[in-house]
Write a protein of this length. Sequence first.
Lengths: 730, 535
Amino acid sequence: MTENNLLSLIIFAPLVGAVVNWLIGGRLKNELFSSVVGCGTIAISTIAAFMVAFGIGTGQTGALFADKPIFDQIWTWIQVGSFRADFGLAMDPLSGIYACFITFVGLLIHIFAAGYMHGDKGFYRFFAYLNLFMFSMLTLILGDNILLMFVGWEGVGLCSYLLIGYYIKLDEARRAAKKAFVMNRIGDWGVLIGIFLLFTLTGSISFFDKTVDGQHVASSLNVIAQMAQEPFGWGTIFAGGITSIAVLLFIGATGKSAQIPLFTWLPDAMAGPTPVSALIHAATMVTAGVYMVVRCNAIFQNAPTAMFIVAIIGCATALFAATVGLAQNDIKKVLAYSTVSQLGYMFLACGVGAFIAAIFHVMTHAFFKALLFLGSGSVIHGMHHEQDMRRMGNLRKYMPITYVTMGAAWLAICGIPIWAGFFSKDEILFKTFAASGPLGNWAYVLWAVGLATAVLTAVYMTRLMVMTFFGEERFHQVLDEAHHADDHAHDDAHSAGGDEEDEHHALPADFKPHESPWTMTVPLVVLAILSTVGGLVGIPYAVSSLFGAGDVNVFHRTLAPVIVEVGKPHAIAPAGEHAVADAHAASPAAAVPSHGEEAHDPHEISLERTLAVVSVILALFGIGIGWMVFSKEPLRALPKILQDKWRIDELYNGYVVDPITKLSTQGLWKGFDVGFIDGIVNGIGNLMVEAGNAVRSLQVGFVRSYAAIILFGALAVIGYFIYYGLKLVG
Amino acid sequence: MDLINQNLLTILILLPTIGAIGAIVYKAVTKDDSSQRWFALVITTLNFLISLLLFTRGVPAVGGFEFEQNVPWISAIHTNYHVGVDGLSFWLVLLTTFIMPLSVLCAWTAVEKKKTAFFAFLLLLESAMLGVFVTLDLLVFYLFFEASLVPMFFLIGVWGGKNRIYAAVKFFIFTAVGSLLMLVAIIALYYIYAGAVQGSGSFDFVEILAAMQSGKLVLGQQAGMLLFLAFALSFAIKVPIFPVHTWLPDAHTEAPTAGSVILAAILLKMGTYGLMRFNFAFFPDQARETAWIFITLAVIGIIYGALVAMVQPDWKRLIAYTSVAHMGFVVLGMFSFTELGMQGAVYQMLNHGVSTGALFILVGFAYERRHTREISEYGGLANVMPNYAAIFIITTMSSIGLPFLNGFVGEFLIMVGMFESNILNITDSTNWNYVAAMAAGVGVILAAVYLLWLVQRVFFGKVTNAENKKLTDLNAREIGLMIPLLVAMVVMGVYPRPFLERTDLAIKTIEARVMKSAGGAVEKTELDTKALENR
């Protein structure tokens, strides 16, 4: 077992930062101190994460290339009977990739936040929360067992709650914060029950085989991988087997990763400060669900029914959210629905078994979506906290860096070749199309919906770009009030963080937007570069072979060992018992062909190329539509039902929340507790009073009637017992 | 030192009583009614420090007790003053001595009339509660159990809110009726023991249990069930288990802060402690047979308590109803009859003591400032009382069961235990153990709903009520008394092992007694093999 204590440093550096900022930063109230502590600790994490992942200066093979994970056992958290949960960390290729992009993107967002939050009273508190979030998120991905993952899972939920509700004076923010926590909690129920079932079935909750204190801890995933695949059928969901675990875990994923039906919290979460939206609600936390599904791919692969559900839900969410994103006017709301939609793609990929493609999209999405959010933050900052795109326009003249960098993200999300999103999205669509084997004709339906979503994505993103950066300047345009109240663009920082409380940002007549300071533009530039070239780590063979290159898909090669071949032991099994006979032991490259999805069948290659061409054409088509429609008429009204987000919130409130509240108030509390139980007690009391009055006119009070009940009751019972006691003894 | 060690438990029980008498005498002599709080603080703190000596001895052997003392009391009826601690009572004693100084502190300025009597009752209450947890003689146990009612009755009835008389009487009636039944059962056991050993009767827990385990004392089907139910009802009212819980919201709400804290943190534990100590040990078969009833009621209580808590307009009553839900978890874990579930149950007793105790203290702070419990009267408190808000939110998270805070460990173990359990293997087609655990899990969701909604309404938003604008944040005493509780929440959440290790052996013993007394162990392995085959 390879160990490296740097793993602890990765998670604890941010925790220390959070505590220092909370306790000391709160007294100093110095922005420089807080931002140096906040960003500095994340920088330490980032360096440590890259060192362990790539094996730089650690004297070990990097976790990304090693055939066994690198461990760091910290302490045994809970141990009761056969149940054991360690506070232990592990980095394998999957958590290695996650750790690298989370710390790196996190660092950029922290730097951005130092500029964005300038002048906010709660500056230190904000950085304390952000650091606490990083601690939780890194615990989530580095935890070596599912319970520690769940600790991080709940931790990010808490931080998300605190950060959404950061502007505590805003009604919208506090409501959104609670909604996010509760929606996530519903999902967490699934994860929790899933963990119980996993433990009951396998007797372990560890992800990996390992040895702690001389004790062997078996990997629960290994045990599942060796079980037989469950048949396809709805009955398996409730059978208490592998499919049940998979479905329960996926319920958790729908909460955390905002999928149907638990997605409604994410758009509301935009009430938080923009860096939070970028870090938590776009780049990192919301992809935790994808991480869990891929981490537990052994479970999902053995549960075809669950895989089917994952694919359908993912695909449906992708399309649904894209339609809503089309009609929103708040720049952050558009991006929020776009995030939901892109997460749908990732689950679609998981559902069709393309786990690596899902992670690939997680990574590229982290780059371009963080960029889009930070870009929108820059726009909001430059526009003095205006978020309504109807009051923007022609910003490219005033904010050239923001414009160019967001342009890169726009091309990436639309799926234009060489930009990062193209490779990942295309791989998902191709894998969906090619999954026709297990899914039958459903694969084509899923593929078609995915393609349609891609077109819609191109349209709404183009609309966003056009409304924000092109056309005429609409800064002073007065919006018709009904509309404005309807999707009220809340004021991001000033009215809430500061003391001004003007809801209708009346901009001065000579108002000119301005470009943001360097702390904000540098992260934008770095992310723009990553959004442009970041996809090159995962060029599929079908593309690279066009240029005469061999298989250059580094991303696939790195992650391949994480994906279990079900029915066989886990790829990263301990060498101990199984000798080192595994193919992986020789070299990672040699291991690749053993994975079915890596074989280069010429027919598949030409199919992949054809599909890629189709999707690029459709993406360009979408951009074209967006450009033609919205450059002419940027304020074009869209269908009401889309603006109203299909009225899902109203549906939930009307059919779930209200009836439960009513039942609890009228039925349980006033009906049962006060009416029935206390009614009986008081009723008997009153009866006694009546009886007492009938016998003789006494001043009988409440207390007295109670005393009477005790006496009668107790006498009766005692009599009964004495009778029995005598019978028993005698 | 030896003297203290030998009489440790007796000292713990007597010291508060002596303190109470001292306080009254001092009042009578000096007519000073304001310095008794110092008296109470010193005594309770001293008692806490002395109770730390419990750590000097390890975990007792199976069926044994540490710091045991056994002296005849009334020899005519063979009742002894027999005390001792084992893994089950160890932490409950410490919980009691830990909470008491804090509840004295939270009543520091809140009590305005008859201060001497108030603090004297608090001290008497401590004696009674400690007596309950360490006594191994049934008759003496009963006396302590009843004795704890009296101070609480007066605390609610004299220093309570508007409806205090109703609440106090209701509290007294419910619990007194229950314990009368227990008294009858105790007397019956005495005679049954006498008949079984052909000699004198006994109230001694250890002796009776030994006679039962050796097969000398065998209870008939019906007698066993009646005795079980008599004990169980008395404890169920105390816990309280749905549907005999309706005394609790009134008592909790009307009691003065210190009373609510003690009621929630310690008094309720007497019920669950009693079930585990007496019902499971004396009547294992009956406990197993009726487990499905208790589990059903526990699950109903969890969801019911949460739903009713959710819609309460009264802040304190809301917290009170959460106790119904949380204690439901404890009952669920106990009746899972698995090591995990029962360990979780004991741990959850401590967690509930710390978290809910803390919540009541916090509500008290707001009440002391504004003299209202209506949630709608508050709003935006985080703006004027930031420290208060931060502490309240941390406590809320602990109560909700956020990992790395105490509540999570207990709830998790209880639900895993229920999942693993075989106690509800009633039908082949549905695994009711799973169903119970899954339904209890819904309570975890609801906990987040009602507490975060409360936080949202009380702390967030703008200050709309003018009266809240001039509120002052917590003072040093208030923060100081919350710190031990906050530390406990974190330590118990992050490093529960020392706690669980102490209780481990006692729990294993009880589990073995319940599950093996009817070949439970054999049944269990058979079922496991069957379950494996099904896969």
